[in-house]
Design a protein around this ligand. Structure first.
Ligand code: GLY
Length: 357
C-alpha cells in the first residue's frame, strides 16, 4: 500500500491518501477507523453500485445512488442528497462518503461542505480521472444552467482511499479520459516540483504499454506520481490564487471545446489533450518553445492512442472562452509550455488569438 499525506497549511485540513488494490468488500472495514463511529451517507455512482453494490455491502438506507453523467451534477440531485442526509438524521459530526468518479465526488463533496455548514467527507474515487485529479485538492461543485462548476467551494476531504481494483472494470473510453489528465502532468512537472533523476514524460513513454494494459504496479506508481505532483501545487496554493492555475494546462481550449459540443462529443481527457496540442501551437507561434518540443509532445500523446481531433471554428471556440468564468474582460489566461516540462501563465487578448494551425 502507498500512503501519501496532503499537508495543507491549516493543519486540521491535512489528510491521508492511500493507494492499494484489494477486494472491494474490504472497503467498509478500511473506512471504519476513519469514521470512528460516525453515522454516514454513501453517495455512489449507479454504474459502480451495479457492479459492486453487493460486495460493498451498504444498505439501501445508507446509500444514495447517483445516475452517471455530467448532467447529474445538478441542483436537484444536490437537494436530494441533503434531504436524504436530513432524513437519515446526520448531525454535524457525521460524514458523507463519495464512491464514484468526478461527478459523484464533486456533488457529494459540495453537499458535505454545506450540510450543517460542513461535515466530514471521504472520497473513494473509482475512475482514473478522479484518482489523479478530482478527488485530490478539495474542489467541489455543482453545475448550473449557466455553466459547469459555477457554484462550489474548496473543501478538503478527511481521507482519500484509492483502490485500483475499481479500474479493472472501467471502460476504455473513461480510462483514456483519465490518461488525458495524466499526460498533462508530464508537461507541467517541473513547475510543480522537481524529482531528482526522474522525468515523468520518460516514465510515461517507457511504460505506455504497461499502463494501457492496466498493469497493477505501473498504475499504482502512475497514480502516486500524479497525486504527488498535484499536492505539491495544492499545498502551496489551495485556493488557486496563483500556482494552482498550472493544473489548468490544456483546459482553456479544452473547456471551450466541451462547452460548444455540449459535453457530449468528447470526454474531459480528450478535450484536455486537444487543449494541450493547441497550447503547444500557441507557444510555438509566440516563440516560447521550439518546434522539436511540440513534436515530442505529439509523440507522447500518440503513444496513448489519442487520435486527431477535428478542428472547430475558431469563432465558436473564442466565444466560449469569452464566457468562461476564468475570462476577464477581453482577456483569457492560457497556461502555455515555456521550457521543457515547465509552463507559464499568459494572458492573451481573445480577439488576437489565432487558432488556425
Ligand atoms: N483540476 C484542477 C484543480 O484541481 O485545480
Amino acid at each position: 500500500m502507498i500512503n501519501i499525506e496532503v499537508k495543507i497549511p491549516e493543519k486540521e485540513k491535512s489528510y491521508p491518501i492511500s493507494i492499494d488494490k484489494y477486494d472491494v468488500g474490504e472497503l467498509r472495514e478500511r473506512i471504519r477507523p476513519i469514521l470512528r463511529g460516525k453515522k454516514f451517507l454513501v453517495v455512489i455512482s449507479e454504474k459502480v453500485d451495479k457492479l459492486y453494490g453487493k460486495s460493498l455491502g451498504f444498505s439501501a438506507e445508507e446509500k444514495f445512488v447517483l445516475k452517471d453523467g455530467e448532467r447529474e451534477k445538478n441542483f436537484k440531485n444536490y437537494q436530494r442528497i441533503l434531504a436524504r442526509a436530513l432524513r437519515h438524521q446526520l448531525s454535524r459530526k457525521d460524514a458523507i462518503i463519495a464512491i464514484g468518479g468526478g461527478v459523484v465526488g464533486d456533488l457529494a463533496g459540495f453537499a458535505a461542505s454545506t450540510y450543517m455548514r460542513g461535515i466530514d467527507f471521504i472520497q473513494v474515487p473509482t475512475t482514473l480521472l478522479a484518482c489523479v485529479d478530482s478527488s485530490v485538492g478539495g474542489k467541489v461543485a455543482v453545475n448550473s444552467k449557466f455553466g459547469k462548476n459555477l457554484v462550489g467551494s474548496f473543501y478538503q476531504p478527511k481521507a482519500v482511499l484509492i483502490n485500483t481494483k475499481f479500474l479493472d472494470t472501467l471502460d476504455e473510453k473513461q480510462f483514456k479520459s483519465g490518461l488525458g489528465e495524466v499526460v498533462k502532468y508530464a508537461f507541467i512537472e517541473k513547475s510543480c516540483q522537481s524529482f531528482e533523476e526522474f522525468n515523468f514524460a520518460n516514465f510515461l513513454s517507457e511504460n505506455a504499454q504497461n499502463i494501457l494494459k492496466k498493469d497493477r504496479y505501473t498504475l499504482q506508481k502512475l497514480i502516486e506520481i500524479c497525486i504527488k505532483l498535484k499536492i505539491s501545487v495544492v499545498e502551496k496554493d489551495e485556493q488557486e490564487e496563483g500556482l494552482r492555475k498550472i493544473l489548468n494546462f490544456g483546459h482553456t481550449y479544452g473547456h471551450a471545446l466541451e462547452t460548444i459540443t455540449g459535453y457530449k462529443k468528447f470526454t474531459h481527457g480528450e478535450a484536455v489533450v486537444k487543449g494541450i496540442e493547441v497550447a503547444f501551437e500557441l507557444a510555438q507561434s509566440k516563440g516560447m518553445v521550439e518546434e522539436n518540443y511540440k513534436y515530442f509532445a505529439k509523440d507522447l500523446l500518440e503513444k496513448f492512442g489519442f487520435g486527431k481531433i477535428k478542428t472547430y471554428p475558431p469563432k465558436k471556440i473564442l466565444a466560449a472562452m469569452k464566457s468562461d468564468k476564468k475570462a476577464v474582460l477581453d482577456k483569457v489566461a492560457f497556461i502555455l509550455p515555456s521550457k521543457f516540462f515547465e509552463v507559464e501563465e499568459k494572458e492573451l487578448v481573445i480577439d488576437e488569438i489565432k487558432l488556425e494551425f
